[in-house]
Write a new protein. Sequence first.
Length: 261
Amino acid sequence: MRKDIYQHFSVEDISFIDKGLEWLRQVEEHYAPILTPFINPHQVFILKTLGNHQGIKVFSSNDFVASEYSRVLLAPDYFIPTLTDFEMDLLEIVYSSKFDQLTHSKILGTVLNRLGIDRKLFGDILVTENRAQIIVDRKFTSLFQDGIQKIARLPVKLEVKSFEELVEAESDYQEKEVLVPSMRLDAFLSNVLKLSRSQTADLLERKYVQVNYHLVEKSDYQVKIGDLVSVRRFGRISVLRENGQTKRDKKKLTIQLLLSK
């Protein structure tokens, strides 16, 4: 069975598939739900695929609170979840915006690097012009509150809020049509981001490129429709659809581009 599943995903997904199958086995064995840590949308898709294959229900916190990273409940057919079952807290990062403005990268850097918190313990970081929030695993709320007193020299305080107060993060996706000579990652990035092949090679070498949340370093990696390509300092590219070819055999693609600010 595992080989049948593996062939539908990339090699980088295998360890997560194995973990997902183990979670599903535990649900079947104990006939009780299992709550995952925060995972990315690609991993949620994997769990939904596995759950459908084995008749296990898969619920995402994203069904209750719109977010990119979410927690997932794997459950027997009797289980009907509520938002509380996902064991999350919404923390408002209270600070004075008169002197400086918090950014996503400043908050993420503090949480990951200075505090050393595992990425699985928190979900989205939401930033507007003068507000910032972070969704966290409720078991570790006090760790965030006690550990984060400053972000980029700005004194901050973390307060638990109702999810009804969730802010809508500002995003600026642009849908556009592009032409690419091939779906090789280096060719794709060069044409979409208007970079030279040497600049693209440098990004790959520096480990700045991810596809579907996996680090990719191979220039000949084949990008597919539905992929999310993230390039540090440049932004994200969602590959939406292919629209045929030009007379010179270039592929016509529709993409969604979110530039880094």
